[in-house]
Design a protein around this ligand. Structure first.
Ligand code: FAD
Length: 428
């Protein structure tokens, strides 16, 4: 059914942009408000892996040509996730696509690399390219430099969002897609907790061309992602190839209307992770201030010497300028709340550690689920009105699938990469 409302989305990350497309596809009046001053205001990170359920969410939300462009510019490495020890012996190996790794040799068939039509996945996207494609279809609907600070309920049931620069926007529904430190969540659910998972990452890239590829070990290309673990409580290394199917700058221009996509070369995403309480790891506030060269020194010091020589060879090729630090957060399950004209999607409600690569998958799934629920708004009469009934249906489903994945990510993180068993509150 045509949904005759206005929806305000806070946050132009993957979740918020997918939702904007999904709702616009149903004729809904959508406005996205993003804190950053412009789309390139800060680095968006590197690799992002989408399988099911993210691909279904993306397909449900995006216009078909944009969805095809996303897949065409992604890579489809072997659909396996491997866990190895410091000597590179395989500890676990599973078909990619969510869930915990099974023991070595014990898992079923690979998930299949799909194709532009089928999209079974998994796909390794260059995150900035994916975001550029999603933005390209929303010109005029995304407002930058708009940091939400507050919202209020109007007497007619609508909601007005207020932004730090004095702007405001009123809609029938306000969706917080504003990530792990969500301002909308803090206002809507002040009791909801997001905690420091006790993991720090130094994240970067190893550029790939024919020459550099020839000098790298084969095993890094045999799985969509490989975790090399030093054991619980010890540092780890994560590696994932991003070898794009089509050059984004060419594929974008072939699109009608053309999409201006930045050129990008193939690379290996490569991160070193360690428990926050590792003796060599400084406080996050300090880590954030380190130069890329100092981050590199720190990561190598934290990792230590006692690893297979391939690991040292890989890290010798790390592009120092690409390095930045990350603190990993995890949400605590939130009991059901009374639904209304303000809701949440993605990391804003269910932040999780990246160990299962399910955060963006789930954010995009949320976008698809909310689009579907709102599309059917009015199908079942409800005393609270069709909009709140649709939001309630979405929230009920989302709480169930999303917090199960948060818990699975937490367990796997504890077992594989030393995620803290008792997370600590994040500084406000
Ligand atoms: C190292 C690493 C690797 C990962 N790899 C994967 C992977 O392979 N696969 C996967 O599925 N997930 C992965 N994830 C998780 C994934 O990055 C997140 O789950 C995903 O980005 C969440 O999307 P989102 O749209 O909810 O939030 P975000 O992407 O965080 O977007 C939120 C947006 O809201 C804006 N914003 C924030 N506050 C405000 C405000 N007050 N007002 C206005 N705008 C605001 C922000 O600027 C941002 O643009 C990874 C995470 C990490 C750390």
């Amino acid at each position: 059914m045509l949904f005759p409302y206005r929806v305000i989305i806070v946050g132009a990350g993957l979740g918020g942009l997918a939702l904007a497309h999904g709702l616009r596809g149903q004729g809904v009046d959508v406005a996205v408000y993003e804190r950053d001053a412009h789309p390139d205001a800060r680095p968006q990170g590197y690799r992002i892996q989408l399988d099911e359920p993210g691909l279904t969410g993306l397909r449900r939300c995006l216009p078909a040509p944009l969805f095809r462009l996303c897949l065409a510019t992604a890579g489809a490495p072997p659909a396996r996730v491997s866990v190895r020890n410091r000597r590179l012996e395989v500890l676990a190996d599973r078909a990619a696509g969510g869930g915990s790794p099974e023991t070595a040799g014990g898992s079923g068939a690979a998930g299949g690399s799909g194709g532009p039509g089928g999209a079974a996945g998994p796909y390794a996207f260059n995150r900035p390219t994916l975001r550029q494609i999603m933005l390209s279809g929303l010109t005029g609907h995304v407002h930058y430099g708009a940091r939400l600070v507050d919202y209020r309920h109007e007497a007619d049931g609508r909601v007005t969002a207020r932004f730090a620069d004095g702007r405001s926007a009123t809609g029938d529904l306000l969706v917080g897609a504003d990530g792990v430190h969500s301002a909308v969540r803090r206002l809507l659910l002040p009791g909801a907790r997001v905690e420091d998972a006790g993991l720090r990452l130094v994240y970067g890239r190893i550029p790939l061309d024919a020459r550099s590829r020839a000098g790298l070990p084969d095993w890094v290309f045999e799985s969509i992602f490989t975790v090399i673990t030093g054991g619980p409580g010890h540092p780890h290394l994560g590696v994932g190839p991003v070898e794009l199917g089509a050059r984004p700058e060419h594929a974008g221009l072939a699109q009608r209307p053309p999409a201006a996509l930045s050129p990008v070369g193939d690379y290996l995403a490569c991160m070193v992770g360690a428990p926050a309480d590792h003796p060599a790891m400084p406080a996050f506030e300090e880590l954030r201030e380190l130069t890329p060269a100092a981050l590199r020194d720190l990561a190598l010091r934290v990792l230590g010497e006692d690893w297979h020589e391939d690991v040292h060879r890989l890290l010798a090729r790390w592009d120092t300028h690409s390095l930045f630090p990350l603190r990993i957060s995890t949400a605590t399950p939130v009991p059901a709340w009374e639904s209304g004209p303000v809701t949440l999607i993605g990391d804003a409600i269910h932040a999780m550690s990246p160990v299962l690569a399910m955060g963006a998958n789930t954010a995009v799934r949320d976008a698809g689920e909310l689009t579907r629920a709102l599309g059917g708004a009015g199908d079942a009469p409800d005393p609270a009105g069709p909009l709140v009934a649709a939001v309630r249906a979405y929230e009920g489903r989302m709480r169930e699938y999303a917090f199960a994945i948060v818990a699975d990510s937490r367990r796997t993180g504890q077992r594989r990469v030393g995620q803290r068993e008792r997370p600590r509150p994040l500084p406000r």
